[in-house]
Write a protein that binds this ligand. Sequence first.
Ligand code: FES
Length: 248
Amino acid sequence: MKRILLLARSAATGAALREMEALRDQATSLPDVADALYAFAEEGSPSLRSAIETLIATPEPVLIVPILVPVEPSFLLGVKRSLQRWQGGDSRPWPEIRIAPPFSRQAPMRELLAIVIDTAEAETTAVEKVEAPPPLEGSVVPAQRRRVLVCQGGPCIRAGAETIWGHLRNEQKRLSLRTSGEGTMSAKTSCLGPCSLAPVLQVWPEGTYYGGVDEAGIDRIVEEHLLRGDIVEDLAYLPTGTKQRLRG
Ligand code: FES
């Protein structure tokens, strides 16, 4: 019997969560599945970290099934590195964890596509021609003074930047950071430059670079920099004009 973790990228709405619940229920009903959970690698609850916390409480092996098409190899490598980082910092015994190959490489995908094309007509969404899209309502220009840019370039993704982004977004929501202190907004960005320091993020308006950031690092940056305005010196890297590596 298998224990399955269905891994999606992110979800912010109840409808998306219900989709994952339905998939989980279907996985649970398979004959050789003892238990199935779902989690999000980026933003959304439960996070990959919290699902893993549940799964390591018992010793049976876990199969992580990425519910993504397409799957960038760097995404899977980043997930693997995050799991290794969490396990490396944990003295408890962990069950064996394996990651399944991408959906798109499975032969039954052809049959699944055929079923969707043949039978889903009743659920299709019609796209009617309209003369002009409805005008957007007015928007408020954000007053938040702080911005966190989280690098999503290749080296940072391979170092686990997507789980770091997910942790930041979940904490941003939990702590209402948009309206706390000077107000913080966050965004993903392409390569910020110092790839040897992956995973990298940058906090504005100071423009402070942080490297080698993990979940504990995010917690400190939130508490000390975003809420109190103090740069976290031991995680920060200054533009010295010389090549730098991660400290320690
Ligand atoms: S890929 Fe992140 S700093 Fe270059």
